[in-house]
Design a protein around this ligand. Structure first.
Ligand SMILES: Cc1cc2nc3c(=O)[nH]c(=O)nc-3n(C[C@H](O)[C@H](O)[C@H](O)COP(=O)(O)O)c2cc1C
Length: 202
């Protein structure tokens, strides 16, 4: 990795993800998502990476959930992948945007029917009286959408983290780990001009 400074971070990420897909027992695309509320108080939970392109990293969720309301109030996030089998970590930080309706629709339609019903039934992050209440809501929405397609709920969409910083961390003996950081470079007119890199002490 020490000779990776002239590389595109997305290429390097794709390479590491490919290796993780071969070695992780499950969910190599799982990542910790850190958000903060309007007062800057942080919270973190796992989500699944469902899309990546040169703009950023996409995951899907309920916009009325705790993370959803936090992201709509404070549009900054951090992600952390940890592949134990590889002893590697990738950290991503930056502002977030909501994906387009077309993008969210396309992904929603690719999900199993039961998951689409579940997206309607779950009042994600709000108090639940008991499991029966959730099962009742699943049955209600399954009946409502028994015929035809299940539309995407208005409160269910994707967020894209637009990285301003991506750090690749690789285990090395005696805790002398490799850390390579890619920072979004901006021209004097504020437009993004690519990436600069730096190595960090472990
Ligand atoms: C491996 C793993 C992957 C998960 N993926 C997602 C996901 O992609 N989207 C999501 O909304 N919740 C996902 N969850 C559940 C979240 O961790 C969390 O419990 C839920 O989204 C509510 O979080 P919140 O109350 O902070 O909004 C996942 C949990 C695990 C353990």
């Amino acid at each position: 990795m020490t000779d990776s400074t002239d590389r595109d971070p997305y290429d390097l990420f794709a390479e590491w993800m490919k290796e993780a897909e071969q070695s992780e027992p499950n969910d190599p695309n799982a990542m910790a998502l850190a958000t903060a509320d309007a007062n800057g108080i942080p919270s973190v939970r796992m989500v699944l990476l469902k899309g990546i392109d040169p703009r950023g990293f996409v995951f899907y969720t309920n916009t009325e959930s705790r993370k959803g309301t936090q992201l709509l109030a404070n549009r900054n996030a951090a992600l952390c992948f940890h592949w134990k089998s590889l002893r590697r970590q990738v950290r991503v930080e930056g502002p977030v945007e909501v994906v387009t309706d077309a993008e969210a629709d396309a992904y929603f339609e690719s999900r199993p029917r039961e998951s689409r019903i579940g997206a309607w039934a779950s009042l994600q992050s709000r108090p639940l009286e008991g499991r029966w209440e959730l099962e009742k809501r699943v049955a209600q929405f399954a009946a409502k959408y028994a015929i035809g397609t299940v539309p995407r709920p208005p409160h269910w969409t994707g967020f894209r983290v637009l990285p301003s910083r991506i750090e690749f961390w690789r285990d090395r003996p005696f805790r002398l780990h490799d850390r390579l950081v890619f920072l979004r470079a901006e021209g004097t007119d504020g437009t993004q001009t690519g990436w600069t890199t730096e190595h960090l002490y472990p």
